[in-house]
Design a protein around this ligand. Structure first.
Ligand code: NDP
Length: 391
């Protein structure tokens, strides 16, 4: 039996992972399931999958989790230390699907145990790509991309020589506001931003799709994961979300990965890698589909794409700063402190404040330096939003 753990089990990726594992329970021994506020879901899945331990990230939820697990034999634990402890329990395959930079340390700990890490948490590669790759290498672990675009690139590269790769094209649906007039964006509400035309995802990533901060993170993730130059990476708007990414080779060939917008493909690919197994995803009827469309990704509509270029050039701690500032700006948009278009303005200001200071490009990244940059960027973003509110 394969020992598996799922970090962020109660979220959108976590639930899709559980859907796949629950279809063949005899193949898996579930070590840890972790969640945040959704205790009912966490307890229900921990019981159903007979997990060793269920962990909520929040200390004050421990009593509720204990009560929900009473008589099940599943251990209950809470808080950041418990989350990290769960990541050090031996497992063969670990899903990293906590949202935000909070997912970085559990993923690193799992890699230190030599686990295969299925990485949905793109923030880990954005904030600390070289550290993630180095940790996997040192401890004999492996990182398998779960973001659909990166899974697509990974699959297109199987058996290929990286030296023959000319470019990687990442597709973007364009999110909720792809066809809105530019002048309407300033007044867009969180509810409007949180509706995605094609994908059914968590609230934060759906809003990040509307602003293209999600795509910006993915461009940086592409740079870090596949170790290719920023000039070789591009984004294109593809409203149908059926082609997830394309890899262009020096002989002019362009290999596209095509599939329905269902995360269970990328999750299942990572779960069964290096094999391919049956997955419960729809098969595309190309004739019924008729046509696929593409448009240029406009950096005026989506300034996050422009910002991602400078982050890919700077590297070092710029990714951690970019991501943390983006997370705080998103909090500010969600709680009404700033408008939709101001998110990119806040992130740009944090980047320019911090990139002029020392220490953004240390020779080696450590968890400590990354978390300090994360903390500093959050403080700066809060200060900028407070100053804007006061004016
Ligand atoms: P969700 O918001 O749906 O789920 C997030 C999970 O993380 C939940 O289990 C949540 O617990 C938990 N969580 C939230 N905050 C914390 C914290 N501070 N500490 C520990 N756990 C926490 O997110 P998604 O599933 O949509 O996304 C997860 C990751 O995967 C993100 O990095 C996202 O960018 C990436 N991703 C997602 C895709 C998708 O289709 N959804 C596609 C590709 C990548 P609870 O809900 O119980 O509070």
């Amino acid at each position: 039996m394969r020992r598996v753990s799922i970090f962020g089990a109660t979220g959108s990726i976590g639930q899709n992972t559980i859907d796949l594992i629950a279809r063949a329970p005899e193949e898996y021994s579930v070590v840890a399931l972790t969640g945040g506020a959704n205790i009912e879901q966490l307890a229900q899945d921990a019981r159903r999958l007979n997990a060793q331990v269920a962990v909520t990230a929040y200390d004050d939820k421990l009593d509720a989790l204990r009560a929900a697990l009473e008589g099940s034999g599943v251990e209950a634990a809470a808080g950041r230390t418990a989350l990290i402890e769960a990541a050090t329990r031996p497992a063969d395959w670990v899903m990293s699907a906590i949202v935000g930079s909070a997912g970085l340390e559990p993923g690193l700990r799992a890699l230190q145990q030599g686990a295969a890490l299925a990485l949905a948490n793109k923030e880990s590669m954005v904030c600390a790509g070289p550290l993630m790759l180095e940790t996997a290498k040192t401890h004999g672990g492996r990182i398998l991309p779960v973001d659909s675009e990166h899974s697509a690139v990974f699959q297109a590269l199987i058996g290929e020589d990286m030296a023959a790769v000319e470019r990687v094209v990442i597709t973007a649906s364009g999110g909720a506001f792809r066809d809105w007039p530019l002048e309407a964006l300033a007044n867009a509400t969180p509810a409007e931003a949180a509706t995605h035309p094609n994908w059914d995802m968590g609230q934060r990533i759906t809003i990040d799709s509307a602003s293209m901060f999600n795509k910006a993170l993915e461009l940086i993730e592409t740079r870090e994961f596949f170790e290719i130059e920023p000039s070789q990476i591009e984004a294109v708007v593809h409203p149908e979300s059926l082609i997830h990414a394309l890899v262009g080779f020096r002989d002019g060939a362009l290999m596209a990965h095509v599939g329905p917008p269902d995360m269970r493909h990328a999750i299942g690919f990572a779960l069964h890698w290096p094999e391919r197994r049956d997955l419960p995803v729809a098969r595309l009827d190309l004739a019924a589909l008729g046509q696929l469309n593409f448009r240029k990704a406009c950096e005026t509509r989506w300034p996050a794409l422009r910002l991602s270029r400078s982050v890919m050039e700077t590297r070092g701690l710029a990714g951690a700063v970019f991501n943390a500032a983006k997370e705080r700006a998103l909090d500010g948009f969600l709680d009404g402190r700033i408008g939709f278009t101001q998110m990119a303005e806040v992130v740009e200001e944090v980047l320019s404040q911090l990139s002029s200071g020392d220490g953004l490009t240390p020779a080696t990244l450590t968890l400590d330096t990354v978390m300090r940059a994360d903390h500093l960027a959050r403080e700066r973003a809060d200060a900028i939003m407070a100053r804007r509110a006061a004016n």
